[in-house]
Design a protein around this ligand. Structure first.
Ligand SMILES: Cc1cc2nc3c(=O)[nH]c(=O)nc-3n(C[C@H](O)[C@H](O)[C@H](O)COP(=O)(O)OP(=O)(O)OC[C@H]3O[C@@H](n4cnc5c(N)ncnc54)[C@H](O)[C@@H]3O)c2cc1C
Length: 561
């Protein structure tokens, strides 16, 4: 690979005639800023075109330029260097439950909402709507992941709220509006609203049936009616949201409620923040422990069907975890490649040294596979009226959430190592990516829980597995390795009575097969290298254990500049 003009000796310090310089300085990479996150991402551009959102190209290109600017990238860092702070009371002792954020966080929220990342497929449902939105969300998450939590929850609340038409009619117009209003005032006084969710309690996050929070009807019982809610939630992220979808035990069983920050009479709803959590990553996003001390809420969906109701929201947040972890991998690979194209060791650029080329190529392959599967599911979301696509959403999103989120931490670590000691420094983006990487895997269904969800999807709908294997069959003959993988997998899923004892192995292989099919379907040049490195030798894959492919071409394809 030849050295581009911008890295020719631009690291050499000028001659210092006064002798203040202690040593000659060279071999210092410049930061990866002021580049277009869309234009520089071949895999993303291909995916947008392929999956039905070619019409969105100009807007995505403009957004990519904005998102990749030095100033905007810096806002992502600032929002995390300055964590949110809680004021439980004002100085006179009044309870306020007010979380204060750095202006950079508000700036990111404003952009996400103005770009419609919280609502565009619902307000403008057209061919490629989910694909275009996923592309925007992906680029925005490359800049900053934490603020994406309330954006995702607001986006995902729509299918859930639609189950309660009276509430939907009142709330959705302002939830969908492209207006960010962070003021702590009742929803009635705002033009734009954000929505959070509160399921997890101290005694259980995966098993929300263990919830003990109680909901007592204020008068009449049932969907849309008013309840008083008493209990606690151990995780309530983005507690400044205007309302929360909350699970609580009603007389007829676990049910879903919409709990606003302010009561309809304009008084403060007693959602009391006990403290903000001190998280290893996702720092810009406040996550709280909250007590509900007689909080007002409306029942959403049928009584006793809380999980079935809120799962409409969870399904979309899980999809967004796929976007988020794919974006984390893209940024990590871009940082690693860009560093290595500028940094020399032993007389040659790192990018050109065979072991490093193999590692970088592998990081690029992993990131591209994650994106290809995410965008394939985005396309399926745009075509849910087609039974194949609908079945693919159900099973493919469960598989993708499980796998892509699980691959992100190891990927972030390997990419960080490529950037050497500078990558460990807090003013590098790498520590943030590294600490962010494990979170999506835990949030909204941790690994094993996702495996159980995959089993549930298969058990409840025989169409799900058919759709899976149809998807693999649609690229038959593209890769002999993939065809062999598909045949072996088909045999292994014939009898799933012992699923739990084989779950990780099966889910890993289901995921790898689906990623390979997504790459093959895309005609991606990394398909064969992916199949050979991941499908022929599953289980013990280590980054850089690649050979036989055009590794330099793979790295070049993934290079951000
Ligand atoms: C940054 C962050 C933000 C969050 N924000 C929110 C929020 O806004 N609202 C909200 O409601 N929750 C939120 N959560 C909580 C999150 O959804 C839960 O942490 C998650 O669902 C796991 O629940 P848990 O922590 O109780 O772990 P547990 O349920 O105790 O699970 C521990 C481990 O056991 C595994 N496990 C569970 N069941 C089984 C089984 N049957 N077989 C095998 N293994 C199993 C799980 O996969 C997991 O690895 C947030 C979490 C994080 C980290």
């Amino acid at each position: 690979m030849t050295a581009p003009a911008d890295r020719q000796d631009n690291f050499r310090a000028p001659f210092d005639p006064y002798g203040a310089m202690t040593h000659e300085v060279f071999n210092q990479p410049v930061e990866l800023v002021d580049y277009n996150l869309f234009e520089s991402d071949e895999a993303l551009k291909d995916a947008v075109r392929r999956e039905g959102a070619a019409w969105a190209k100009d807007g995505l290109q403009a957004f990519g330029a904005r998102a990749g600017s030095a100033e905007y990238l810096e806002s992502g860092a600032l929002a995390n260097k300055n964590p949110p702070e809680l004021d439980s009371h004002d100085r006179y002792g009044r309870r306020v439950d007010l979380v204060r954020y750095h202006p950079a966080y508000h700036a990111l929220m404003k952009v996400s909402i103005e770009e419609g990342i919280h609502s565009s497929p619902w307000t403008d449902p057209r061919e490629g709507a989910h694909v275009a939105r996923a592309a925007r969300s992906y680029m925005q998450t490359e800049v900053e992941a934490g603020h994406g939590c309330p954006i995702t929850m607001t986006f995902a609340s729509t299918p859930c709220l639609k189950l309660q038409p009276d509430l939907a009619e009142r709330w959705l117009p302002k939830i969908h509006a492209r207006v960010y209003d962070p003021r702590n005032v009742p929803a009635e006084q705002k033009q734009g609203l954000t929505i959070g969710m509160a399921m997890t309690e101290k005694q259980g996050g995966s098993d929300v049936r263990a919830n003990t929070t109680r909901a007592i009807p204020l008068a009449a019982e049932g969907p849309g009616k008013a309840y008083e809610i008493v209990g606690h939630k151990f995780f309530v992220s983005a507690p400044m949201c205007d309302a929360f979808l909350v699970l609580a035990q009603a007389p007829g069983g676990l049910s879903c409620f919409l709990v606003p920050r302010w009561r309809p009479d304009g008084t403060k709803n007693p959602l009391q923040i006990v403290r903000l959590k001190r998280k290893m990553g996702n720092v810009s996003n406040a996550s709280s422990e909250t007590e509900l001390r007689g909080a007002f809420g409306w029942m959403v969906g049928p009584e006793g069907r809380g999980v079935a109701t809120i799962i409409e929201m969870v399904a979309m947040t899980r999809f967004d975890c796929m976007i988020g972890s794919s974006a984390c991998m893209r940024m990590a690979a871009a940082q690693a490649i860009d560093h290595c194209r500028q940094r020399k060791a032993f007389g040659a650029y790192l990018i050109d040294q065979p072991i490093m080329t193999a590692v970088l190529a592998d990081l690029a392959i992993e990131a591209e596979a994650a994106l290809a599967l995410t965008m394939r599911i985005a396309r399926a979301l745009d075509h849910r009226d087609d039974p194949h696509e609908d079945a693919l959403v159900r099973l493919g999103a469960a598989i993708g959430k499980y796998w892509i989120c699980k691959r992100a931490p190891g990927h972030a670590y390997e990419a960080l190592e490529c950037t050497g000691g500078s990558g460990v420094m807090e003013d590098s983006p790498m520590p943030r990516l590294y600490r962010e990487a494990p979170i999506n895997a835990i949030w909204e269904g941790s690994g094993n829980v996702q495996c159980l969800d995959i089993a549930r999807a298969i058990a409840r709908s025989p169409r799900a597995l058919d759709a899976y294997f149809d998807e693999l069959a649609s690229v038959k003959d593209e890769s002999a390795v993939l065809d062999h993988h598909a045949a072996a997998l088909k045999d292994d899923v014939r009898d799933l009575s012992d699923f739990e004892s084989r779950a990780r192995d099966l889910c890993d292989r289901l995921a790898l097969g689906l990623e390979a099919a997504a790459l093959a379907r895309a005609g991606s040049p990394v398909t064969e290298a992916f199949c050979r490195s991941r499908l022929e030798a599953p289980g013990a894959h280590n980054y850089g254990a690649l050979s036989g492919a055009d590794l330099k071409a793979i790295v070049k394809r993934a290079a951000p500049r």
